[in-house]
Ligand binder design. Structure first.
Ligand code: NAP
Length: 402
């Protein structure tokens, strides 16, 4: 009789995944289909034995990115086994823990780059490890195959290691390069699934001064509606681009953009109390619509509750809704970023988006004119600051033309 009881062939793909990219996914898929694996489990490393990880990206975030990246492949899954375990993430401990949850007839295959095979003897309890898993080493063009074959022969005779080599296409993508691209303002599109690119962008990962953004990012994601939060993130990124274009500080612009609407969803009653507390000028437009003061209120909250004292950023947040007659060049960027960020969808927004990168003052003038018509139609009051700001900008235009 034929014994129909066969175990599963499970591939394990360990890695830092900082961040995950198409090289990792391609490797796992090529090996899955070449070796005939039933599934591949991605195991993001918690505390790696062989390298220091960039600390501003959490293990949970690396895990989340893997989850997003593999979502469309039913043969792929992700395990948080190493992330949850305290101490150094030795592969031997992971394999033993995983084996205890599997059937004894299941076979584990550890997927790795062929370079790692050359260093296998440096791994903790490598001899025992080779008895528990089969190694699949991916070789790519450029790998010293003589040294590799010599090492495999040695490991086979020394500890009966089972090591198979699989040739995979070369994809010159690396996590290190991706991180550098992000800090150099270069595109990372098409190097990884779009869901991962979006996650990195939304969470300000791998960015200079990430630590500045993280606590505010956390606070806003918990207090704002989804739509308002997205708008804040998009305003931050747009403000950064405008700052680069106009020679202002991009990090400060991004932070001002992120924080500008933190009080936008406060109810009118709370807003009235805060207008009093912060001594905000009661322009008729604010009396009519207290929410209009959310920029000035946000600046007050940042000073009072977060001891925030960067006046450049505070001013930009204050005046992002109705402007100011002496609005600074930096504040203008936040004012405009709020109008043109990519999730905005109103008549004329494409025109403002183009104009913003050509002439920031003309963008403000044109936008205020459009608002005037709109508010007049609705018989709503215009804040005095807006009128004075436009007058100042028009006078400047006149002087420049003379
Ligand atoms: P990683 O850089 O995050 O990459 C994960 C895997 O993807 C590696 O096998 C890597 O091969 C491969 N890869 C990366 N870019 C690729 C591309 N463009 N095309 C094809 N393949 C690509 O891996 P890691 O941080 O070195 O960690 C690998 C695993 O080894 C982890 O699970 C780690 O815990 C384990 N490890 C254990 C010990 C120990 O237990 N003592 C010691 C060292 C490592 P390449 O390396 O060839 O790029």
């Amino acid at each position: 009789m034929i014994n129909k009881t066969v175990g599963k062939r499970i591939g394990l793909m360990g890695g830092s995944f900082n961040p995950i990219h198409f090289g990792h996914l391609m490797l796992a898929e090529q090996i899955r289909t070449t070796i005939g694996l039933d599934e591949v489990i991605f195991v993001p490393v918690g505390n790696p034995p062989h390298k220091a990880l960039q600390t501003d990206v959490t293990s949970e975030q690396r895990y989340e990115m893997v989850k997003l990246a593999i979502a469309d492949n039913p043969f792929f899954s992700v395990s948080d086994i190493e992330i949850k375990r305290e101490g150094i993430s030795y592969t031997i401990d992971t394999i033993k823990e995983l084996k205890s949850t599997l059937s004894s007839i299941d076979q584990l295959y550890f997927i790795t780059g062929a370079d790692a095979i050359l260093l296998l003897e440096t791994w903790k309890d490598y001899k025992e490890l080779t008895q528990l898993v089969k190694f699949i080493g991916a070789t790519r063009p450029g790998i010293d195959s003589d040294a590799l074959l010599k090492k495999i022969t040695q490991l086979k005779s020394e500890c009966h290691a089972e090591i198979e080599l699989v040739y995979i296409p070369a994809l010159a993508i690396s996590s290190t390069d991706i991180r550098s691209r992000i800090s150099d303002e270069k595109s990372i599109r098409y190097l990884m699934p779009e869901s991962v690119t979006d996650y990195i962008y939304q969470h300000f990962l791998y960015r200079e001064h990430h630590e500045l953004f993280a606590p505010f990012f956390q606070m806003l994601s918990q207090t704002l509606s989804k739509k308002r939060f997205r708008h804040s993130v998009e305003t931050a990124h747009t403000a950064r681009l405008l700052a680069i274009r106009y020679g202002e500080d991009p990090v400060k612009a991004e932070l001002a953009g992120l924080l500008h609407d933190l009080a936008k969803e406060y109810k009118n009653e709370k807003m009235r109390d805060l207008i009093d507390e912060f001594g905000i000028d009661k322009d008729p437009a604010i009396v009519h619509l207290p929410n209009l003061a959310h920029g000035e209120v946000a600046a007050g909250i940042l000073k009072r509750d977060y001891h925030f004292d960067d006046e450049l950023i505070l001013e930009a947040i204050k005046w992002h809704t109705y402007g100011h007659p002496q609005i600074s060049s930096f504040s203008k960027l936040i004012y405009v970023a709020d109008i043109i960020e990519p999730s905005r969808d109103f008549e004329g927004v494409h025109y403002f988006r183009r104009l913003a990168y050509q002439n920031i003052d003309e963008t403000i003038i044109a936008f205020c004119e459009q608002c005037d018509h709109h508010l007049a139609e609705k018989q709503m009051a215009i804040h005095g600051n807006s009128k004075k700001m436009v007058m100042t900008l028009l006078n400047q235009r006149k002087n420049d033309n003379e």
